[in-house]
Design a protein around this ligand. Structure first.
Ligand code: ACO
Length: 157
């Protein structure tokens, strides 16, 4: 928290965050389609029930004064914790859906988001975190301490 510039707060995604623009941040990352508040809340509730598996963080722009309400979500990122049989029941973290609002990029918020998710991953016992990204973002993840490994495969249905 103290590592963020003044005016920004790190916290977990809340059930009321549809209204603070959670989807607006994701819309800068990929196509999301038309999602109603009810459908968003249903998905939030599902993730919340999977205890210890989904960690969705957001960066929120604070109000101008301490007592003012939060203005909007300007960044998000997710850690999905996979509990394996392999590697002596190893726990592996998957980093997903990192997004910083276009007008807030380049302020060091993205790297702080990655550091925060990696820190949660360590705390819950992950031996490593992995992610997929496009070539244009490779340099960013290298700066976050990641190195290239393997080949991504996909199968659309
Ligand atoms: N290529 C190379 N270096 C980069 C890039 C890039 N695309 N983006 C940032 N950097 C560098 C910065 O210059 C900075 O370097 P410095 O410490 O030497 O000054 C360092 O990485 C940290 O940059 P931040 O300011 O923390 O990055 P930012 O807040 O802009 O966030 C992000 C980067 C998340 C990629 C942002 O540009 C974004 O949201 N893009 C659109 C959505 C997206 O592509 N998300 C990633 C999807 S992949 C996934 O989710 C696993």
């Amino acid at each position: 928290q103290s590592l963020l510039p003044k005016g920004y707060t790190f916290r977990s995604l809340r059930r009321s965050d549809y209204k603070l623009g959670h989807l607006d941040v994701l819309a800068d990352l990929a196509h999301i389609g038309d999602i109603s508040e009810a459908a968003w809340t249903e998905r939030f509730d599902y993730l919340a029930k999977c205890q210890g598996t989904y960690f969705v963080l957001v960066i929120v722009e604070a109000g101008d004064n301490e007592c003012d309400e939060e203005k909007r979500i300007i960044g998000t990122g997710t850690l999905v914790v996979e509990r394996k049989f392999l590697f002596k029941l190893g726990i592996q973290g998957h980093i997903e859906d990192i997004g910083i609002k276009a007008d807030q990029q380049g302020k060091g918020l993205g790297i702080k988001m990655l550091n925060a998710l990696d820190s949660i991953a360590k705390d819950v016992g992950c031996y490593k975190t992995i992610l997929d990204c496009s070539a244009k973002n490779e340099g960013f993840y290298v700066k976050c301490g990641y190195n290239k490994a393997g080949t991504e495969m996909q199968h659309y249905f």
